[in-house]
Design a protein around this ligand. Structure first.
Ligand code: SF4
Length: 193
């Protein structure tokens, strides 16, 4: 769908320069999704893997973040292998709604209520990032936290439009449950993609 060089704004790698590769296609259907234009894969012309890697190599950063849409709707073995061969660390941001493919240095698993994750994601997740839209999302977060590995970083992130309302609740929740950490969409505060 698009690719761009920016700073990773959220999650465990927040603040790092990264080349984002956004793949078209998502069948999860979050009502608050901020990239709904990604949902229809067919409206985004196919790109050659060589060209994607070449685009990433134009910049000095060597962190590639594969996102979407839901990137695991595609088999990512070849793309991630080529990126690694070119010297990139490979990170993915996924809802886990499809079987895991690809070679990863970091898996950010962000489950959504609207489509259940595939079993393959839990053991692979380095980071569990749960979007908090309303109070019931804390129980949803705990449900998934009980299934990831013990060294998985656990993050709670307010859904952007609900930040003002939910932030105080998330702060108190983390103080009471310190296995969790805060994640904010700092790219939106910085006004960068
Ligand atoms: Fe949007 Fe991501 Fe939800 Fe898909 S999984 S609908 S891309 S927020």
């Amino acid at each position: 769908m698009e690719a761009f060089y920016t700073l990773q704004g959220e999650g465990a790698h927040s603040g790092k320069a990264a080349y984002f590769i956004r793949l078209g296609g998502c069948d999860v259907g979050c009502h608050w999704c901020d990239v709904k234009e990604s949902w229809e894969a067919d409206v985004h012309p196919k790109q050659r893997i060589e060209d994607i890697v070449e685009g990433a190599l134009r910049y000095p950063g060597r962190l590639a973040v594969i996102t979407g849409g839901e990137p695991l709707m595609h088999n990512l073995d070849e793309l991630t292998q080529r990126l690694r061969e070119a010297g990139f660390k490979t990170n993915i941001e996924t809802s886990g709604a499809h079987p895991l493919s690809g070679h990863w240095d970091w898996v950010c698993f962000s489950p959504k209520k609207f489509k259940s994750p595939h079993e393959s994601i839990y053991a692979a997740a380095n980071e569990l990032k749960v979007i908090i839209y309303n109070a019931s999302d804390f129980a949803f977060a705990e449900e998934h936290a009980s299934r990831v590995g013990s060294d998985c970083v656990q993050l709670l992130q307010p859904e952007w439009s609900r930040t003002e309302r939910m932030l105080p609740h998330i702060i108190e929740y983390i103080k009471d449950n310190p296995r969790w950490q805060m994640s904010l969409q700092t790219h939106k505060y910085m006004n960068i993609p």
